[in-house]
Design a protein around this ligand. Structure first.
Ligand SMILES: [Zn+2]
Length: 197
């Protein structure tokens, strides 16, 4: 386990969503690999939920708990609110900046979470996977989740030069998992670490 854990103050800020943006990537990278801090985030998240409940209107719906995503990461990423977030990011994206040519990034499944592929945060990237389409299977989907399991993006995977690829628009800085699915299978066929910085 990494020696330097995330301190309480940063963890609370992360849970509350008030952590300065330049600190987020570091915290998320640590959370990816440290179960101790994941558990502490659970506790911190409960604090954040109480804090929110106390500080917003009584009829406001509490925000979705990240804890559920930690515990059921593999099963729960199709939750509607996460999909809404993905749609908002995709819809909001093109209006902020003029179109840029995407950088091509080769995604290799042998690279572990310690050596993720890197993209420039906020810029489009074409992720090319080290996967060859199976004969007779035309539909693949890629889903990008953040370290707390919230789905950031879901997109149809296309074939480029005999390889599977997906265009990603403007990921915020941070660490992510990219999972590739066959449309006829709910289990990912491959998973990759990705860092945007
Ligand atoms: Zn830790």
């Amino acid at each position: 386990m990494p020696a330097l854990h995330v301190n309480d103050e940063l963890l609370d800020q992360y849970a509350l969503g008030t952590l300065p943006e330049e600190r987020v990537a570091g915290v998320e990278e640590h959370l990816l690999v440290c179960e101790a801090c994941q558990s502490r985030l659970d506790a911190s998240d409960e604090f954040a939920m109480l804090f929110r409940a106390a500080s917003v209107q009584p009829d406001a719906r509490p925000q979705r708990s990240w804890r559920a995503f930690w515990n059921h990461r593999a099963a729960n990423w199709t939750v509607a609110s996460a999909a809404m977030l993905a749609i908002l990011l995709l819809v909001a994206g093109p209006f902020r900046e003029p179109q840029m040519a995407p950088a091509t990034v080769l995604m290799q499944s042998l690279r572990g979470p310690d050596a993720p592929a890197q993209v420039a945060a906020g810029r489009p990237a074409l992720l090319v996977f080290d996967l060859v389409p199976s004969p007779g299977v035309n539909e693949y989907e890629a889903r990008i989740v953040n370290p707390v399991g919230v789905e950031i993006l879901a997109a149809k995977v296309s074939s480029k030069d005999g390889r599977l690829a997906v265009l990603v628009e403007r990921l915020p800085p941070g660490s992510y998992w990219v999972r590739v699915f066959r449309s006829d299978n709910r289990e990912p066929i491959a998973e990759y670490g990705l860092r945007a910085k």
